[in-house]
Design a protein around this ligand. Structure first.
Ligand SMILES: [Zn+2]
Length: 212
């Protein structure tokens, strides 16, 4: 990919420390969805989020974004934020050379910027959360905040809607960043769990924010 064709959105200098709780703190929560976009589940989640007026962050795989750019645009048009989740979701990316890491990070970021019509890509999340110190640095140098999580719902194991809901209810704390998936397999349970969790989180006094 010709990386000279798309000027990267330049933000403030990024801290290479992994962000695992919201910067806002207090009774805030960030919902994050990985491994999309997918034609079946991303629109379902967008509908739930829109109905309940909740913002979320979507950590998208470059290859999938490239195949379905309209879905990326729907995500940003709805006011949500993008997170780069690499082009190919290679969990060993953090062990590669700096140039390979940069290629994966920046090519994917460029795909998301182009697909969204110029939206900034504020965050980067390592596939499988497999961070290395080098990968944290490359992410920050590319202008993307390394994004971790507080609660892993393990929804990708298809443990059931109740188990996904319970993982959040049992572990919620102020500033929690919650990991869900809108790709990588059937996600009906995730959609159902998020539908239940939004009103529950509100009843506990939580407001929905971006990680930073
Ligand atoms: Zn992933």
């Amino acid at each position: 990919m010709d990386t000279s064709s798309s000027p990267p959105p330049v933000g403030p200098r990024v801290d290479p420390t992994l962000l695992t709780v919201t910067r806002a703190g207090g009774r805030t929560v960030s919902l994050t969805f990985d491994d999309g976009p997918t034609a079946r589940y991303t629109p379902q989640l967008l509908a739930v989020l829109a109905r309940d007026r909740v913002v979320a962050t979507f950590c998208e795989i470059g290859q999938q974004a490239q195949a379905q750019p309209a879905l990326v645009r729907r995500v940003t048009a709805a006011g949500h934020r993008l997170c780069d989740h690499t082009i190919t979701h290679d969990p060993t990316i953090g062990s590669h050379t700096s140039s390979v890491m940069d290629q994966q990070l920046r090519a994917s970021r460029d795909v998301l910027v182009a697909a969204s019509g110029g939206a900034p890509v504020d965050y980067f999340r390592a596939p499988d959360g497999n961070w290395t110190p080098a990968l944290l640095r490359r992410s920050a140098q590319a202008g993307m905040q390394p994004l971790g999580w507080t609660i892993d719902t393990r929804d990708w194991t298809r443990s059931g809607t109740a188990a996904i809901v319970n993982s959040v209810e049992a572990h919620i704390r102020p500033g929690a960043v919650v990991l869900f998936h809108d790709g990588g397999g059937p996600r009906d349970q995730t959609v159902a769990a998020v539908t239940q969790l939004i009103p529950w989180l509100r009843s506990q006094g939580y407001t929905f924010v971006f990680p930073s």
